[in-house]
Design a protein around this ligand. Structure first.
Ligand code: NDP
Length: 288
């Protein structure tokens, strides 16, 4: 071999997704499409990691010199204790969905809420100054509530079936962000207050195979001035969004949030601007 020929690198940079169950998670399709589009020698591997094996899996990730890790159910909260540092939002949320290795240190972040805010921005919308009504108080609701509050939301109402969880989230928002938040129990045919600017379904109601379901709210209380969003991305056009559109509201589906949060991970792991269009196309095609 000639001396002046640059040495080839046969080693790919590795990123893994840890979860259980994880077999039906399509994130890898979007990430691999992004790596290919940018000509990056990266691989994204979807790994089944049981709850009790998370510590060992993170140790293995360090030994294998992984670039980063994505976390999904049931690891988002447990993974926090293995991090050397956390982003501001992840610290408030108390859960992470990605981390990157930097100089041997593990830095955790939560991109679910960031993805939501970016998906709004892509539609020319913003939570700034808005009164937001959130249905749900689980992981997705918490990430969205925190990022919307940090992005300048004026006020929030959290409506959850289990009232105590909603109250806990409202307390976090009031004590850790400048936004005002209250909690209410989600009632049957729940009436959405007239002065709501943005209504978000942050529950799993409507997720396939239960795609005929929708949150039990009074749909007649949706007004055409409201922006109505769903976190459910499969199907993208949920019964909830269809009903909101019938009442004249602007609707934002969960697919944009899913793609947008993936863009943050891509850029954190590669340091390269994510090819949004290519990644969105790959994911949309896969989910179709
Ligand atoms: P969690 O299990 O943490 O929370 C589920 C939430 O839904 C809780 O508030 C729960 O209420 C509520 N809920 C579930 N079923 C019902 C019901 N029948 N009636 C009333 N409330 C109900 O889940 P996550 O927050 O992690 O995920 C929620 C959804 O968000 C999933 O569909 C997930 O796929 C989606 N998601 C989408 C993302 C995206 O990028 N688009 C990213 C992350 C999540 P309770 O507390 O009373 O049980």
């Amino acid at each position: 071999m000639s001396n002046n020929k640059q040495a080839k690198n046969y080693r790919a940079e590795l990123v893994c997704l840890f979860g259980d169950p994880v077999d039906d998670n399509p994130t890898g399709v979007m990430m691999e499409a992004g790596f290919r589009a940018c000509g990056l020698n990266y691989r994204y591997m979807t790994c089944k990691v049981k709850r009790e094996n998370l510590g060992d899996a993170i140790k293995a990730a360090r030994a294998l010199n992984l670039r980063g890790i994505g976390f999904t159910m049931p690891h988002k909260i447990d993974a926090v204790k293995y991090m050397d540092s956390l982003s501001q939002a992840a610290g408030i949320i108390g859960a992470i969905n990605i981390c990157v290795f930097q100089d041997g240190k593990l830095i955790g972040d939560n991109t679910d809420g960031k993805g939501f805010v970016l998906a709004l921005k892509d539609r020319g919308l913003s939570p700034e100054g808005k009164k937001i009504f959130i249905i749900g108080a689980g992981g997705a609701a918490k990430a969205i509530a925190v990022e919307c509050a940090l992005a300048g939301a004026r006020e929030m109402v959290i409506a959850n079936r289990t009232a105590a969880k909603g109250e806990e989230l409202a307390d976090v928002i009031c004590s850790r962000t400048p936004c005002k938040a209250t909690a209410v129990r989600l009632e049957n045919r729940h009436i959405i207050p007239k002065d709501t600017d943005m209504l978000i379904n942050a529950t799993s109601i409507g997720l396939a195979p239960d795609s005929d379901k929708r949150p039990d709210i009074d749909y007649a209380s949706i007004r055409s001035e409201m922006v109505v969003c769903d976190v459910v991305f499969c199907p993208a056009e949920t019964q909830f969004l269809k009903a909101a559109a019938e009442h004249g509201a602007i609707t934002v589906n969960g697919l944009g949030m899913l793609v947008s949060q993936g863009l943050f991970g891509f850029e954190l792991w590669t340091g390269v601007k994510a090819p949004q269009k290519k990644m969105a196309e790959a994911l949309t095609q896969e989910l179709e």
